[in-house]
Design a protein around this ligand. Structure first.
Ligand code: ZN
Length: 374
C-alpha cells in the first residue's frame, strides 16, 4: 500500500494512524496465532516466534506509538531508555552514564500499540536497532560530512592550479576529486554522489552543521577514502588524531559485523566490535567538545549517536553468552532493497491486478536471479 493513501490520517507518532493501527492489529492477531497455534503443513506444524520489529525510526515510532522518539530532543528522546537533552544526557558515552540505569524502565507509549501483545511487557526492546539507518544513513554520514568540512576549514585540499583559487567551493571540489580518484583507482567502484558542494554537505556558513543525504552505499566509500587520506603524511594535530581514531573505530565495527556470520558473532568478534564502538563514540564526543570549545560548528551530537551507544551496550551485555547477535542481523539494508525492487516491478501492472502481478513478477525475477540470468 502506497503511503499516499493513508498519510493524511497521521496524528503524530504517539497517537498513531487509523489505517496503520488496524493493519498492525490484524497482523498481531495472525502473528499470535502463528506463534501459539502454529501453521500446519504436510511437513508438520511450524510455530513462528516474532523477536522484533525492524524498520527505520519513523516507522518504528509510528507502529509502536512512541511518545519518546528521535524528534523529541531536548525532551526524553529514546524509546529504549529515559535519556533526554538535559537531566539524563543522551550524549553521555561514559561507562557510568546515567541513562544506562533507565533502560527498559518505562514503556515508550501511553496509547498501547497492538504490537505490544507480541512482547513480554510491551517494552521497546521489541524495536530492533537498525545499523543501516543508525550508521550508514545516520551518524556515519554525519561524521563524514563534519570531517570533510573541518579538513577544508583547516586548510586542506587547496587546488594545485592557482586558476581555481583557494575559496571554500574550490577546496570542496578538490576534495571530491581526490575522493573520486581514490574510489575509482583503489576501490574500483563508482560513487553514487557526483559532486560535493556547500549545498549537498549542508555547510552553508560557519553556523550550519554539516551533514548530507547521500546514498547509504556512499558511506563506506567515503569512510575508506577518509582513512586513506588521514594516513598520508599530514601535520599532526588533535583534530586529526581524533578524526583518525573515530574513522578507524567506525570502519573496524562495520567490517567486523560484515565479516561475521549474518546472525551470530563469535565472542572474539563481539569483543572487537565493542572495542571499535568504544573508540568511535569516545573520539566522536571528544571532537564535538573540541569543536564547541573552539567556537566551531561540527560533529553534531544526534539521537542516532545515542542509539548506536545502545547497540554497544547490548553487545557488551552479551559478551559472556555463547550466542551473540550480530548487530547487523537487524539491519534493514536488504529489506529496503527488497521494497525498492518490488516497488519498481509494481509500477507497470493495472492497479486492480497490482498485488497479484507484483507477486508473480517477483517469482520470475527471483528465478532469473537464481539461474544467474540477472
Ligand atoms: Zn536510550
Amino acid at each position: 500500500m502506497g503511503h499516499e493513501s493513508y498519510r493524511h490520517l497521521n496524528v503524530g507518532f504517539e497517537c498513531g494512524n487509523k489505517v496503520v493501527d488496524s493493519l498492525m492489529e490484524a497482523f498481531t492477531a495472525e502473528a499470535i496465532s502463528a506463534m501459539e497455534t502454529g501453521i500446519t503443513t504436510k511437513h508438520g506444524t511450524f510455530y513462528l516466534c516474532f523477536v522484533c520489529v525492524e524498520g527505520d525510526l519513523p516507522a518504528q515510532a509510528k507502529v509502536f506509538h512512541c511518545k519518546r522518539n528521535f524528534q523529541c530532543v531536548p525532551n526524553a528522546m529514546c524509546p529504549w531508555c529515559s535519556a533526554d537533552g538535559t537531566e539524563i544526557p543522551f550524549t553521555d558515552v561514559r561507562a557510568g552514564a546515567s541513562w544506562k540505569s533507565t533502560v527498559g524502565r518505562d514503556v515508550p507509549w501511553t496509547n498501547r500499540p497492538a504490537l505490544a501483545d507480541l512482547t513480554r511487557k510491551g517494552d521497546a526492546n521489541f524495536l530492533a536497532k537498525d545499523i543501516f539507518h543508525v550508521v550508514n544513513l545516520g551518524v556515519g554520514r554525519t561524521f563524514l560530512s563534519s570531517a570533510i568540512c573541518l579538513l577544508i576549514h583547516m586548510g586542506h585540499f587547496i587546488p594545485t592550479d592557482p586558476a581555481f583559487g583557494r575559496g571554500i567551493a574550490a577546496r570542496i571540489s578538490d576534495a571530491y576529486k581526490d575522493f573520486k580518484q581514490f574510489t575509482q583507482k583503489i576501490l574500483q567502484k563508482t560513487p553514487n554522489v557526483k559532486h560535493w558542494s556547500r549545498e549537498n554537505l549542508h555547510w552553508m556558513g560557519p553556523q550550519s552543521m554539516p551533514d548530507n543525504s547521500f546514498k547509504a552505499s556512499d558511506t563506506p566509500l567515503m569512510l575508506a577514502w577518509l582513512l586513506d587520506y588521514m594516513g598520508r603524511p599530514l601535520q599532526p594535530c588533535n583534530y586529526l588524531m581524533n578524526m583518525l581514531a573515530c574513522a578507524q573505530g567506525l570502519d573496524d565495527f562495520m567490517r567486523t559485523c560484515a565479516k561475521a556470520d549474518r546472525v551470530f558473532m563469535t565472542q572474539q568478534e563481539a569483543q572487537l566490535a565493542v572495542r571499535a564502538l568504544d573508540k568511535f563514540l569516545i573520539h566522536y564526543v571528544k571532537l564535538a567538545a573540541a569543536a564547541n570549545n573552539d567556537g566551531l560548528v561540527f560533529f553534531n551530537l544526534t539521537p542516532k549517536l545515542h542509539y548506536l551507544d545502545h547497540v554497544r551496550m547490548e553487545l557488551r551485555g552479551q559478551l559472556k553468552h555463547q550466542r551473540i547477535f550480530n548487530p547487523m542481523a537487524f539491519s534493514t539494508a536488504m529489506a529496503e532493497d527488497h521494497v525498492g525492487r518490488a516497488s519498481v516491478i509494481s509500477r507497470t501492472p493495472h492497479q486492480l491486478a497490482m498485488p497479484l502481478r507484483t507477486a508473480q513478477k517477483w517469482l520470475i525475477e527471483t528465478r532469473l536471479r537464481w539461474r544467474g540470468d540477472r
